[in-house]
Ligand binder design. Structure first.
Ligand code: ADP
Ligand code: MG
Length: 731
């Protein structure tokens, strides 16, 4: 029996009995129980060590070496009280997954005595074998080693894998030369830069602000399908995406899945991974069905960006692991099924002050309104000025299948702000040149506070087709892909915002020096920024063809493929802004650019190989067998003396099969040749472009078309690979 049919047969052997849901426990009873929070630290650390740790967390600085042993001992004491035997530095290399190397506390003293130990050095810094992680040539040209270093702003936690418990220390990963090799190190630098820039601007309004922390609430979309069925598809096993599959008779056209009840098997999986997440302090809040069959979403309460990024990365790991227990497979890919909606990861982003103010929430008084307007308009200006970097930050082979596919924002970066704020900006802009003698009144007139009901209406009635939308008290970067590490998008967004705020401050100070009153200087600069960045604002249907045309008229870029979108990373403009904000040195950008291109090449290469394999080793033999059955049938009909008319239909099918198989085989052979040409290219960028144009664009759709046609012709019982209707509708 083929894997397909045994998987279908096993579907009802539900693993549920093993995972019978426990009676509901209160979330608060388990929340954060596996996290070394400050509250836990208070119990396990001396006053001195606790103070030092708390200070490091606040300032984002490394912990004091002198106290590291004490802190490490405290963490070990806590971990051992929970039965932990091993620890690992946990980091986020550029491969896109997380990495760990487990060591045990167990060690032997010189005289052979066995003890458990975890010293400060092991807590603060480790040297994993870094050679297998991508470095874009950075390590090759300098020194081969890299190290991981604890980032105390993200707390240590205990990961439960099976019966094993491991203490995880969240770290950054850097080369000995100081070059960052992961997603986290640059993110922390960008956060430091925006903190400073935003605090400086806040001081126009409130001298009490000493820290600004960007916040992030991600919404994770994903598909869940039966693991047995997934295992029977080589494309899902190797690419997390189906490279072919005929559309089922029923797709998502009824939209009956959206906000419908969650299937029981999936529900049990959700509760299981939520429980694990709560223990790790991930504040998940919502879960629901998405538009496509088998598609779901979960979202947490927002947190500071750094922690939110770790939590999202952790969650993606947890989901994959917990799904296995339920014999399910989670697909985080941006486009697992053609013709069905893809998955994104909306990044809700805002800025919070240490005085408890959300800088992107319209204020109550004229002064706070002006502060809101300042940060609001600066965000628009930042996205306008650096749209190319925003686009590059979300570029990946997988996201290319989703962006602009009439279900996700297009590759054009624009900003949606809603009807009410559009009116407000128009009004502010209309006052250009006006003397602001009665500026207090002018600003009062904006009366954003009393208009909050209108803002909320805008928010509920919001435009779902925009890649970057204002939703009442935060911006939502929607073009981020579901499998992406949010750090990339967040590093860029916070850097471009930091840069824009710094320029803004210079501009305002310039006017003040010329003798303008502060409010007037602020207002004039805001006005100018509105005028300069207006063309990035778009309220209409982002999926429409008219918008693509309109955007072109406005001179907005529409870069559809990853290899070209990545060009923005290494322009002089990009190098300058990342260097000025202390986020990336030039060679780090070059290296990252190279790594992203290589990732792209590998992804397309693997998919191309899988397509070839499916065509040659799975589909072709089945088709030939079917052809033989038809031939035997025709011969038999002839033998018993029936004329041509009796096998007219069989002949049509046979001819169709021959023609499809010929085209398919030719395409596969030609695609292999095209790959060879690409593989001989030495320039990574050219190679990526060639893989995109000459392999993916030229052959993927064609090959898929023929495979899908064959799927619909060959007898169902002979087809060995699970079909869309089975993966999407059987549970
Ligand atoms: P939606 O209708 O998109 O689900 P929600 O208000 O539920 O809108 O928010 C979606 C996400 O935005 C959640 O993760 C939420 O925590 C987050 N969010 C809300 N306020 C902020 C903020 N100030 N900064 C960052 N994220 C936020
Ligand atoms: Mg949302």
């Amino acid at each position: 029996m083929s894997l397909r049919f045994s998987a279908i047969k096993d579907l009802n052997k539900s693993p549920e009995s093993d995972f019978a849901l426990k009676p509901s426990t209160k979330i608060t009873a388990i929340f954060g129980e596996n996290v070394f929070t400050l509250k836990t630290a208070r119990e396990y650390l001396s006053d001195e060590a606790f103070k030092s740790l708390a200070a490091s967390i606040r300032s984002g600085k490394k912990i004091d070496r002198a106290l590291a042993n004490q802190i490490a001992n405290g963490i070990r004491g806590w971990a051992e009280s929970k039965g932990v035997t091993h620890y690992t530095h946990w980091f986020q290399p550029l491969t896109g997954t997380t990495a760990e190397k487990h060591d045990s506390f167990f060690t032997l003293k010189g005289d052979g005595t066995a003890i458990e130990e975890f010293d400060g050095a092991a807590l603060i810094q480790q040297e994993p074998d870094a050679s297998s992680f991508p470095s874009g040539g950075l390590r090759a040209t300098f020194e081969a080693r890299g190290y991981t270093a604890w980032d105390p702003s993200s707390p240590a936690f205990i990961m439960e894998i099976g019966n094993g418990l491991t203490l995880c220390i969240p770290t950054i990963f850097v080369a000995y030369t100081g070059h960052s090799l992961d997603y986290k190190a640059p993110l922390l630098k960008a956060l430091a830069s925006i903190d400073k820039a935003a605090v400086d601007v806040c001081h126009y309004f409130d001298r009490n602000v000493t820290k600004v922390t960007p916040t992030l609430g991600w919404e994770q979309e994903y598909f869940v399908i039966d693991e047995g069925l997934a295992n029977a598809r080589p494309d899902l096993v190797l690419c997390d995406r189906t490279v072919f599959g005929a559309s089922p008779a029923k797709g998502q056209q009824l939209e009956d899945h959206y906000f419908g009840s969650i299937p029981e098997r999936v529900y049990s999986f959700m509760r299981d991974f939520e429980t694990e997440s709560y223990k790790l302090g991930i504040p998940l809040r919502t879960r629901h069905n998405e538009v496509a069959p088998c598609q779901f979403e979960c979202a947490p309460i927002y947190e500071e960006v750094n922690l939110a990024v770790d939590h999202n990365t952790l969650l993606m790991d947890i989901m994959a692991r917990v799904a296995k227990r339920h014999r399910l497979k989670v697909l985080l890919h941006e486009k697992p099924f053609a013709g069905i909606n893809g998955s994104g990861k909306h990044n809700n982003w805002s800025l919070a002050t240490d005085t408890g103010v959300n800088l992107l929430a319209p204020g109550k008084t004229p002064k706070t309104n002006l502060m809101f307007l300042t940060f609001f308009v600066n965000t628009i200006k930042a996205v306008h000025d650096y749209a190319d970097l925003m686009r590059a930050s979300i570029a990946s082979a997988a996201n290319d299948f989703r962006l602009g596919a009439n279900e996700a924002p297009p590759a054009i970066i624009s900003v949606f702000i809603g009807e009410y704020l559009t009116k407000v900006l128009n009004e502010v802009e209309g006052r250009v040149g006006e003397k602001f003698d009665e500026q207090d009144e002018a600003i009062l007139k904006l009366d954003l506070h009393r208009s909050i009901p209108e803002l909320l209406l805008d928010n509920t009635d919001r435009n779902r087709t925009s890649p970057f939308a204002f939703t009442g008290n935060k911006f939502e970067f929607r073009a981020v892909g579901s499998s992406a590490n949010c750090a990339n998008a967040m590093t860029v967004l916070n850097t471009v915002m930091a840069e824009t705020l710094k320029t803004f401050k210079k501009d305002v100070d310039g006017l003040i020096e010329k003798g303008e009153r502060r409010e007037v200087a602020l207002m004039h600069t805001i006005q100018r920024y509105i005028v300069e960045s207006k063309r990035v604002l778009f309220e209409g249907d982002g999926y429409s063809e008219e918008w693509a045309q309109e955007a072109e008229k406005r001179g907005l870029a529409n870069v559809k493929t990853t290899p070209l979108a990545l060009d923005a990373m290494i322009t002089d403009k990009a190098k300058a802004i990342f260097e000025r904000n202390g986020v990336y040195a030039h060679d780090e950008l070059e290296a990252r650019h190279e790594i992203e291109l290589e990732k792209y090449i590998k992804k397309v290469q693997i998919e191309a190989r899988v397509m070839g394999e499916i065509a040659t080793n799975f589909v072709l033999p089945t088709v030939i067998e079917y052809q033989n059955t038809i031939i035997t049938n025709i011969k038999g009909l002839k033998e018993v003396g029936l004329g041509d008319e009796s096998f007219r239909n069989q002949k049509i099918v046979l001819e169709r099969l021959c023609s499809l198989v010929n085209t398919l085989s030719d395409d596969v052979r030609n695609m292999i040749e095209a790959r060879k040409v690409c593989n001989n290219m030495t320039d990574t960028r050219e190679k990526a472009i060639a893989y995109c144009d000459e392999v993916k664009e030229k052959y993927f759709d064609k090959i898929r078309y023929n495979l899908d046609k064959l799927e619909m012709l060959v007898p169902d019982e002979k087809w060995t690979l699970p079909k869309y209707r089975e993966m999407l509708f059987l549970r």
